[in-house]
Design a protein around this ligand. Structure first.
Ligand SMILES: CC(C)(COP(=O)(O)OP(=O)(O)OC[C@H]1O[C@@H](n2cnc3c(N)ncnc32)[C@H](O)[C@@H]1OP(=O)(O)O)[C@@H](O)C(=O)NCCC(=O)NCCS
Length: 180
């Protein structure tokens, strides 16, 4: 099992390779299943983060992972956030139409990449969306330079689609998944 030093200098366990049943215990939200989540199983859902302290943590993770981009607006009250310890974070925004939700920024620190965290964070947000009665479709987009995200979305049941208006630009791939 891999360990990395977190922001506070403590050792944190990384998710293990495929098949490691203990992989997500210490780091993922809701990873308290008695047998640990298996590969490709969603982590158990906990409520998204709300406290100022937690939102500051998201902001810190965002700065670590997306250093070259504008910081994400963690204070936007319409966005719900989840974090996997000091390793990863993701957000979702229910859209004003009420029937769709948008998966927005998700990031995994470099040392923890390639171990399934993004896929689990997609599944966590899908589970959340399924708890929202009105939400029928979950949408998102990826840039062509990021095949990992596209493949993960496809693995989680998303399909490419053409929106009526290409609201995030011409050069991106749009994905959607109907959840009911
Ligand atoms: C894109 C990103 C979120 C993927 O997160 P992740 O937790 O590493 O993704 P997963 O482990 O769920 O899946 C990664 C897949 O890509 C593969 N992969 C290949 N090269 C890789 C690399 N350099 N880094 C990560 N994954 C890689 C992995 O093997 C895995 O495939 P597999 O399941 O067939 O083995 C992460 O790399 C990242 O945060 N990148 C920078 C920020 C970003 O681009 N965010 C997404 C847009 S908002």
């Amino acid at each position: 099992m891999h360990k990395v030093q977190n922001q506070k200098g403590h050792l944190e366990t990384l998710p293990g390779p495929a098949g490691d049943r203990h992989d997500l215990h210490p780091v993922c939200p809701g990873a308290d299943h008695p047998h640990g989540p298996g590969k490709d199983r969603p982590v158990r859902l906990r409520p998204p983060l709300r406290r100022t302290k937690d939102l500051r943590h998201i902001l810190w993770l965002d700065g670590e992972i997306f250093a070259d981009d504008d910081p994400v607006d963690v204070w936007d009250p319409s966005v719900l956030w989840w974090a996997a310890g000091d390793l990863a974070f993701c957000g979702v925004r229910p859209l004003s139409c009420g029937t769709s939700a948008f998966l927005l920024r998700a990031g995994v620190v470099e040392e923890a990449r390639g171990r399934g965290l993004q896929r689990r964070m997609i599944q966590t947000r899908l589970l959340w969306a399924k708890t929202q009665e009105r939400i029928q479709t979950v949408i998102t987009y990826t840039i062509p330079e990021n095949p990992w995200s596209s493949n993960n979305l496809i693995r989680c049941g998303f399909r490419l689609y053409e929106p009526q208006e290409r609201w995030a630009g011409e050069a991106v791939n749009y994905f959607q998944k109907k959840i009911r």
